[in-house]
Design a protein around this ligand. Structure first.
Ligand SMILES: [Zn+2]
Length: 348
């Protein structure tokens, strides 16, 4: 296969990833560290990473699982609960253990049972974070099961996020893995150094109909759930616009195949091996490859007050589609995300 085209990017970072722990960790970490220099590591282990000392131990576990000579840096996050101690949180942030804190409404997604039951309980934590300049990362869905699953993100804006931002106007917030035009418009209305959003490769690639194309597709099931096509198009426009409020976060979330193909399958898409390739395909289709470097490699560090990476990563476009391999974990597998279009780009 001869390369037909090439593309160089500043080495990207992943601003939202699940690396898990134990046997899964070295496998998925290797896929992340191949494509990304740094990653915001989600704290929803079981039990979650709730204190500075939890994060020190988890960071050590990640560093020990890295391949020799890897210069990958994990950026740790704190899982907020009703009991989070603001002093421990801020001392972890000032000591460079924590890069951010994550708000999961209780019960919103995988391992979120100890999440926050009422955000008002955390006002002293948010004030301390705001004063320290510590970013708050939000899984933005209401958890009231009376509210339709497809409405939970846009209801969250009105019921939780807007009141929270009015109480803490200086708090830096990342609205994670947004899925709706409502979220895109809302993020556009904020100050760029105070409100940003990550967008995943799968939410740029699939809409809610794809979840049921020809039968139920458990490997596309994730939370927030993909929405109508008009919302997917709004996400693509936001990512491809170059607007600094939007940046890369894969939300790559591995589950073993038997946890996905089940009578009650887990939410999560494993995309680390081909996330960049999928983003490239989306930007190329939309004639926006010139904006990809901002989205993938510049906007995130700027929001987090970090320098962009200095090295580059190069991709080439093949003349025939690249194969997508699953990840072998022990005697099981993790299915890698397959976008509903072929991928031709591969790292050189
Ligand atoms: Zn996530």
């Amino acid at each position: 296969m001869k390369p037909t085209k090439s593309l160089a990017l500043t080495k990207p970072d992943d601003w939202h990833v699940h690396l898990r722990s134990g046997e899964m960790l070295p496998k998925v970490l290797s896929d992340t560290a191949t494509s990304f220099n740094r990653a915001i590591v989600m704290p929803n282990l079981s039990p979650p990473i709730r204190t500075t000392s939890d994060a020190v131990l988890y960071r050590r576990e990640i560093e020990a699982a890295l391949e020799k000579n890897s210069d990958f840096t994990p950026l740790m996050t704190c899982y907020l609960t009703d009991e989070t101690d603001p002093d421990d949180l801020i001392s972890g942030f000032t000591a460079d253990v924590f890069s951010a804190a994550k708000l999961y409404p209780a019960g919103a997604t995988t391992n979120s049972d100890s999440g926050v039951t009422n955000v008002l309980l955390l006002d002293s934590v948010f004030s301390a974070m705001s004063d320290a300049g510590m970013p708050l990362l939000i899984h933005g869905e209401v958890v009231d099961h009376k509210i339709d699953i497809f409405d939970r993100e846009h209801k969250f804006i009105e019921l939780i996020l807007e009141p929270l931002r009015s109480r803490h106007p200086n708090l830096k917030i990342v609205f994670e893995h947004i899925t709706t035009k409502n979220a895109v418009d809302y993020v556009r209305s904020g100050q760029p150094d105070k409100l940003a959003a990550t967008i995943t490769p799968h939410h740029l690639s699939v809409n809610r109909s794809d979840l049921f194309a020809g039968g139920i597709r458990p490997h596309l099931y994730c939370l927030p759930i993909p929405k109508r096509e008009q919302h997917r198009i709004a996400l693509v426009e936001a990512a491809c616009s170059g607007n600094k409020r939007f940046f890369l976060g894969t939300d790559s979330a591995p589950h073993l195949i038997e946890e996905k193909e089940s009578s009650c399958g887990c939410a999560g898409v494993y995309n680390s091996p081909n996330a960049l390739q999928t983003y490239i395909a989306i930007f190329e289709k939309n004639d926006a490859l010139d904006e990809l470097n901002s989205f993938a490699s510049l906007n995130g560090p700027e929001f987090y007050n970090l320098k962009p990476n200095t090295e580059e990563i190069e991709f080439v476009k093949r003349s025939s589609p690249v194969s997508i391999d699953d990840l072998v974990v022990g005697s099981s597998r993790v299915k890698t995300f397959e976008p509903p279009f072929p991928l031709f780009w591969t790292a050189k």
